[in-house]
Design a binder for this molecule. Structure first.
Ligand SMILES: Nc1ncnc2c1ncn2[C@@H]1O[C@H](COP(=O)(O)OP(=O)(O)OP(=O)(O)O)[C@@H](O)[C@H]1O
Ligand SMILES: [Mg+2]
Length: 257
């Protein structure tokens, strides 16, 4: 069961939307998927989670192991598809575990819990918009990282910093972290600045930038507003976005599956 962290050192670039898009694509393909929400903001949880969860990602840190994972996993609130999506919801108090530490000195806790996630075809971790200990913990538990960015100067900077953290965690904590890729989101085809930043990203990351880019489409926001998978929204824009996530999921699983 490949574990994939979705991260960036920039807020609002679409990390959660990419997690939801990939989870929806996995559901359509009949895969058993677990989404772990490590962002204290809890955006993915507000869409996927039950109203009154009895356990959360906090348990995966405070008492790492099989029992914590078993307690924290719940069926997701999406209408079911061919595959099953489960979720470990966030808790605002996850912030306690986000204090900066030297990467070398982190003793991974999340990895100890997620090593018991066998049975899933895919585990997706939604990271907060920072590169503190929560992101390091996510990478320490993962086989792969997807860095999400938008085609702006700050977005590219956030992606570069996330790539540095990936390398440092790989060197110091997790040798099985084998794949890093970059997804470019919220692209406006009419904006020259976006073309310029897309070229800059290709210069910096080369083949790590996976095609196709994800365009800016209101369907992403509409599906999130309706708390349904974009694959189920049923508009022209949602079909376009769904096809793109299907391609990204296929490419990701081919690289790491
Ligand atoms: N391709 C897109 N087209 C249109 N809107 C998008 C697209 N991708 C994301 N958005 C919207 O942008 C906003 C931010 O997206 P999202 O919450 O996924 O980003 P994030 O990186 O997870 O943010 P945070 O750093 O706060 O966790 C949301 O309202 C989302 O619906
Ligand atoms: Mg988010």
């Amino acid at each position: 069961m490949p574990i994939v962290s979705v991260l960036s050192h920039k807020g609002g670039v679409g990390k959660t939307s990419v997690v939801l898009g990939l989870a929806g694509a996995a559901m359509q393909q009949g895969l058993a998927t677990l989404v772990v929400d490590l962002d204290p903001q809890g955006n993915a949880s507000s869409i996927l989670g039950p109203d009154s969860p009895t356990a959360s990602a906090l348990d995966l840190f405070s008492r790492p192991g099989a029992k914590a994972l078993q307690d924290a996993v719940t069926a997701c609130a999406w209408e079911s598809g061919p595959g099953e999506v489960d979720v470990v919801v966030s808790d605002p108090m996850l912030i306690k575990f986000d204090a900066w530490k030297e990467i070398k000195s982190v003793t991974p806790r999340l990895a100890k819990s997620l090593e018991h996630s066998a049975g899933y075809d895919l585990v997706l971790i939604d990271c907060p918009p920072s590169l503190g200990t929560l992101a390091v913990e996510a990478l320490a538990a993962s086989d792969a990282a997807v860095i999400v960015t938008e085609p702006t100067y700050f977005g590219v900077q956030g992606a570069l910093r996330a790539a540095d953290t990936f390398e440092e965690v790989k060197r110091n904590l997790n040798r099985k972290l084998k794949d890093v890729s970059v997804i470019l989101n919220r692209v406006k085809s009419t904006a020259e600045e976006h073309d310029y930043r897309a070229r800059e990203l290709s210069r910096e990351f080369g083949k790590l930038v996976v095609k196709p880019v994800i365009p800016e489409r209101i369907a992403v926001q509409q599906a999130e507003g309706a708390a349904i998978a974009v694959q189920k929204y049923g508009s022209a824009g949602s079909r376009e976005i769904s096809n793109i996530f299907e391609t990204h999921l296929d490419k990701l699983l081919r690289r790491i599956g």
